[in-house]
Every structure is written in C-alpha cells, then in structure tokens.
Design a protein around this ligand. Structure first.
Ligand code: PLP
Length: 354
C-alpha cells in the first residue's frame, strides 16, 4: 500500500509521474533503449529539456529577458554561484533559518554581507518585517519558504537593487510575480521532481558585471549559452521534473494548485489550533502553506501519536532535529485526502486521551 508521504524532501511525487518514469527506465519513446542510456544530445532528450523549459516558462508566466536553467549541485551550489556571479562589494541577506545561513556563509567568501533581518532570537519562528535594505548593495537575498521552521514570506519587500530568492520549497506552489525577481533558484526535490537538478531563473542583463573571473561551471553565462547542456545534464531528474510540470499544467496550473495548497494548509492548521493536544510552532501570520510545524502539548502522548501515524501509513512527519516536534510537508503532489487522514489521526488521539 502506498503511504501518505509527508516527507520534507525528497518527497511525494504524483503517481502518474512515477508510472511514466518507471516505464522510461525500461524503454523510452519506443527507442529500444532506456531514457538513461541515450545520449543527452539525442533529439529525444533535447525535446525533454525544451519541454521542461517551456512548461516552466508557461506555468510561472516568465517574461522575455530571463533564462531558464536546469543545473546540478542542488540549491546548495546556488548559495555559492549567486555571489560568484553577482556580488561585487556588498549584499543584503535575510537570516530566516538553516538554509539562509548556509547562503550567507558562501556569500561571505565573496564580499560583505549585511544581515538586514534576523529571526534567530526565537529559533526562526517568524519572518522579520519592517527592516531596512540599504541602497548601496548589489542584491538582496531571501528564502521564500523556510522548509525546516515552517515559515513563509507572504509579502516580499520592495528592494532597491536586485532581488534574489531561494524558492526551493515553494516554487510552483503559489502565484508569484516573476517581474519582481532577478534570480530565483530551487532544488527540484521538493515541489518539482527527484533530487539531482536545480531550477535557475535568471534575468540575463544582470550577469557579467562583476569583473571577476568565474570558474566555467559556476558561471551562469556558460549554462545559458549552452542551454543547460554545457556538460551532461542529469537526464533522469530533468525528465521526471518535466513530467511533474506537465502534471501540474493538466491540473489547471499554479492558480488551481494554490487553491488546493491553501485548503490543505488551512485544514491542518485549523486542527492544530482546535485540538488541545497540539500547538503550532511558527508565528501564525508567517505560517507556511508547504511545511506545517507543530508539537504536542503533552510529551506523554508522543509515542501513541507516532504509533497511530505509523499504523495509518503516515510517513515523514518527524520534525527537523533543530526544531523538534512534528513537521507535515504538504507539497503539490500530496493530496487533500492525505491531509484529512492526518487530521483524523489527531482527532483519534484526542478521543483516546479523554
Ligand atoms: C532543501 C533546501 C535547500 C537545499 O537544497 P539541496 O538541493 O539539498 O542543496 C536549500 N534551500 C531550501 C529552502 C531548501 O528547502
């Protein structure tokens, strides 16, 4: 039986995508060959790459002037590539958690980092607001959704320079205005596909301005010129991502999935707030619609809750070690049925404890 997969990443993918992927491993496009055996320069694979780009462009309504790349190294390599390509003197960073901190560490290798907002005082339970972004920076960097802490930026700040955003865990989950961003990156394994590829959306005109010699593989311009085929791309990850984007388009696109995502998160938060055995962890107004962090109000019920979840086929809700408690990741491919199932378990526990 397929489990209800609440894992934070790698995570749930649509069943139809997994079916097509498994077939493609045995034979792709009736070629008598597997997807992972053919040349990445073959017409069949180039078509996959082009489709993935096109679907990204369509779903996110990306205007002219941006390049769409499928790279390797995860979002973690983008922490380094962003400053290597954009940082001349100084950048502003919003310090909202583990991933933001890793991005800050890499940026410090290239220049001055100005931390304009910081929520470490409460273990990142909120999104800083009302902070000042100085004018003399090369770019501002933020993490749209803090996967580990369950906070999300619901209103992006006005930025006097370039705007860079790590959208690893909420890309394709809600409508965003791409015009407001100059560079967006996202590891595939949360809302797009399996681990192995990273989506980068970058405004062409911002590149090539640092006068720095950038190693070939770290230079976005290398990958733009070669349409993400400078070296062998992760063919399987790109193919599976393409299928997931196709699935999303068939579901009605981002507008429709956002409605479902909001319904899923409201359903779960409503139960957390109603049920006296549970408490939310993150600040209410900053709650994420992708990663729902919560804890029990009585330590003596944790074992029973874990057992109930286990028996019900609920997988992956243990909180990150730096937060504790529980975290239900409810990405695009997780159905409302799975959320309702978890809510039933929480209600079940309440009845058992009466
Ligand atoms: C998972 C995650 C990362 C790290 O991604 P990798 O692909 O493992 O490097 C970075 N940022 C955010 C917001 C994430 O959720």
């Amino acid at each position: 039986m397929k489990k209800h997969n609440f894992s934070a990443g790698p995570c749930v993918l649509p069943k139809s995508v997994l079916d097509k992927c498994s077939k493609s491993i045995l034979e792709f496009n009736k070629l008598g060959l597997s997807l992972i055996e053919i040349s990445h320069r073959s017409k069949d694979f180039i078509e996959v790459m082009e489709k993935a780009r096109l679907l990204t462009k369509e779903l996110l309504k990306i205007p002219k002037g941006y390049s769409i790349l499928f790279l390797q190294g995860g979002a973690s390599l983008e922490f380094l590539m962003v400053p290597a390509n954009l940082l001349k003197h100084k950048a502003a960073y919003l310090k909202t958690g583990t991933w933001a901190n890793k991005a800050i560490n890499e940026a410090e290798l290239y220049g001055e980092v100005n931390i304009v907002g910081d929520s470490s005082d409460t273990n990142y339970s909120y999104i800083p607001k009302g902070y000042h972004i100085p004018k003399d920076i090369d770019y501002f960097h933020c993490t749209s959704n803090n996967t580990i802490f369950g906070t999300q930026i619901h209103e992006f700040p006005e930025v006097p320079s370039l705007m860079v955003c790590d959208m690893s865990s909420d890309i394709f989950s809600r409508e965003i205005n791409i015009d407001r961003f100059d560079l967006i990156y996202a590891g595939a394994q949360k809302n797009m596909g399996p681990a192995g590829t990273t989506l980068v959306i970058v405004k062409d005109e911002i590149l090539g301005k640092t006068n720095r010699k950038i190693p070939t593989m770290l230079d976005y311009q290398t990958h733009i010129k070669k349409e993400s085929m400078f070296n062998t791309p992760p063919v399987f990850a790109v193919y599976a991502s393409m299928l997931t984007l196709e699935w999303l388009k068939n579901k009605g696109g981002i507008k429709e999935i956002e409605k479902i995502n909001r319904l899923k998160s409201e359903t779960l938060y409503t139960e957390i707030d109603r049920n006296s055995l549970f408490n939310g962890i993150s600040n209410i107004e900053d709650r994420s619609i992708m990663n729902v962090t919560f804890d029990t109000t009585r330590k003596d019920i944790n074992i029973m809750f874990d057992q109930l979840c286990d028996k019900a086929g609920i997988y992956g809700i243990k909180g990150h070690r730096s937060v504790g408690g529980y975290r239900a990741s409810i990405y695009n491919a997780l159905s409302i049925d799975s959320v309702n199932h978890l809510v039933e378990i929480m209600q079940d526990l309440e009845i058992k404890m009466k």
